[in-house]
Design a protein around this ligand. Structure first.
Ligand code: CA
Length: 531
């Protein structure tokens, strides 16, 4: 009888193991997993109890070791495409090696489905507030001193500062030049950079691209008379903006170097500070037009300005990481490297590379899917690659969680960011986000869940614009029934097969309706728009 009983036991055990593995398989599929409400004003999450516990234990052990909360470094590049870094398919292949990004990627977590907004300022404000542009109101970049920006929003810098963090912003701001929206008035203790966007300082000074202005004193005077700040600036918390060098083209070419030096100094001083820090380092590169620093001119294999600047900002990242290491702070610092939108294809060849369809200014993958690297020596397992969804709004919620300040997340407004701490920190952690919503100005354009993307509205462009594959010259077009893409089979979004996938329409409608409901309860805000 014994052999029979053993066989039966073995059979039952095998059955149990199979059942558990099937459950585990389902549990890891975000398409079927239910979401959980965290708070009435927050995007629901996919709960992962075990990985959350693991992350909590890791953070507790680290705090015990360092005696303070972890530092956070966000390294934000400008207009760098998904495919520019070597680890994402570019690098040597596209004539600009990125050994430092590649190393962090290899020794950290490579996020292959990391999403920005379609353009600069909307993304930057989304990182800062954890809210989509339709909620923070910066629907497109403010230009030439236009009013409006972050004022009235609650930023992660402000909340981290209240939680005892030293807060430093370096580089590009572009979330409003008005006093109430300036970095030193929205949570940063110190700011060194420029208030707007690179092209605004140079596109009327370069005689090659803009001869009709440079060689016409009246037109030059017209631009100079516009009320936007034309300087590199410095400010301290609550104080006025101090104008430094005027940003001429030679000055522009040195900005990434000056900003690197400033951040290096901050990191050195931070080592002696009892407080943890939040360093928000935003590069000048590689927004058009690029004027490489003399030290990097011709240093890329490609030799074009954009590519030389890719080499420079990769070098800057490497130096910041090295300084963290030298000063003994590397193990206590979460580093997140990303870009604020896809490549700007209307400025070709001063533009990046994306393997996806479309570009900056559109809700095609090329416009919003950006390189994402989370690196934390000793805390994030080396060599991880994960395609789980990560929206840059998640940086807000995740940073506050890492800082032990989740209780500071505002309750009076909707927060789109999801706490992804356990996704980043747990061994083989999975994303806590079920959906990514693609907005273009006031239009809800698409929805992603797992490998699927449903398009209800797309950015198209005039097909006579043969050189334009995206950018700001397109228009929104509503599909009668929608398009449905499998991004694994079809990453370039060319084979819609909605008719074969009607089984998912319930899931899509439910998700879109739930998202729209949040906007009824928390009405949209419009601060900066074209209209
Ligand atoms: Ca940008």
């Amino acid at each position: 009888m014994r052999p029979v009983r053993n066989s039966a036991l073995a059979f039952l055990t095998a059955g149990f193991v199979l059942l558990m593995s099937v459950q585990a398989a389902f549990a890891e599929d975000p398409l079927v997993q239910a979401v959980q409400t965290v708070a009435p004003n927050m995007e629901p999450v996919i709960p992962h109890v075990l990985q959350s516990n693991e992350a909590r234990e890791k953070l507790a052990a680290l705090e015990k070791k360092f005696g303070k909360k972890p530092n956070i470094l966000i390294f934000l590049m400008d207009d760098v495409g998904y495919g520019d870094p070597g680890c994402f398919g570019g690098g040597h292949m596209s004539g600009a090696a990125t050994p430092n990004i590649d190393r962090l990627c290899k020794e950290g977590l490579m996020l292959t489905s990391c999403y920005a907004q379609p353009s600069c300022s909307p993304t930057r404000a989304t990182i800062m507030t954890g809210r989509l542009p339709i909620r923070h109101g910066i629907l497109r970049p403010p230009m030439y001193g236009e009013k409006g920006g972050l004022q009235g929003e609650i930023t992660m810098a402000q909340l981290l500062n209240e939680a005892g963090y030293a807060t430093q912003a370096v580089g590009k701001w572009h979330m409003g030049e008005n006093v109430e929206s300036q970095p030193q008035n929205v949570g940063f203790e110190d700011f060194f950079g420029f208030l707007s966007v690179s092209d605004m300082y140079t596109e009327w000074r370069d005689s090659y691209f803009y001869p009709e202005i440079v060689h016409n004193p009246a037109r030059t005077a017209m631009v100079e008379a516009q009320k936007f700040n034309k300087h590199l600036v410095h400010a301290k918390k609550g104080g006025p903006i101090e104008n430094l060098d005027e940003i001429t083209i030679p000055v522009c070419s040195k900005l990434d170097e000056m900003w690197a030096d400033y951040s290096l100094g901050f990191i050195r001083r931070a080592a002696a500070d009892k407080r943890p820090f939040f360093l928000y380092h935003c590069t000048r590169g590689c927004h058009f037009d690029n004027y490489p620093n003399d030290k990097f001119k011709g240093k890329s294999a490609c030799k074009y300005p954009y590519k030389d600047v890719i080499v420079e900002i990769d070098d800057v990242l490497g130096r910041l990481v090295k300084e963290l290491e030298t000063t003994g702070q590397l193990d206590n610092t979460l580093i997140f490297v990303t870009s604020d939108n896809g490549p700007e294809m209307e400025a070709w060849p001063d533009c990046g590379y994306s393997p996806f369809r479309g570009a900056k200014g559109s809700t095609w993958e090329g416009g919003m899917r950006v390189p994402g690297v989370a690196y934390w020596h000793g805390m994030i397992n080396s060599g991880r690659v994960n395609d789980g969804l990560f929206d840059l709004s998640d940086l807000f919620t995740t940073s506050l969680a890492v800082a032990g300040a989740s209780s500071k997340v505002p309750a009076d407004r909707f927060i789109d960011g999801v706490d992804q701490t356990s996704y980043l920190l747990a061994h083989d952690g999975e994303s806590n986000r079920k959906f990514v919503y693609y907005w273009l100005k006031t239009d809800l354009s698409a929805l992603r869940c797992a490998e699927y993307k449903f398009f209800r509205m797309a950015t198209d462009f005039d097909h006579k614009d043969t050189v334009c594959v995206g950018g700001f010259s397109g228009y929104n077009k509503e599909y009668t029934f929608g398009k449905f893409f499998n991004l694994y089979l079809d990453p370039t979004e060319t084979h819609s097969y909605l008719i074969r996938k009607l089984v998912y329409t319930g899931l899509i409608s439910e998700a879109l309706n739930a998202h729209r409901e949040t906007l009824k309860k928390y009405p949209p805000k419009i601060v900066v728009t074209v209209d």
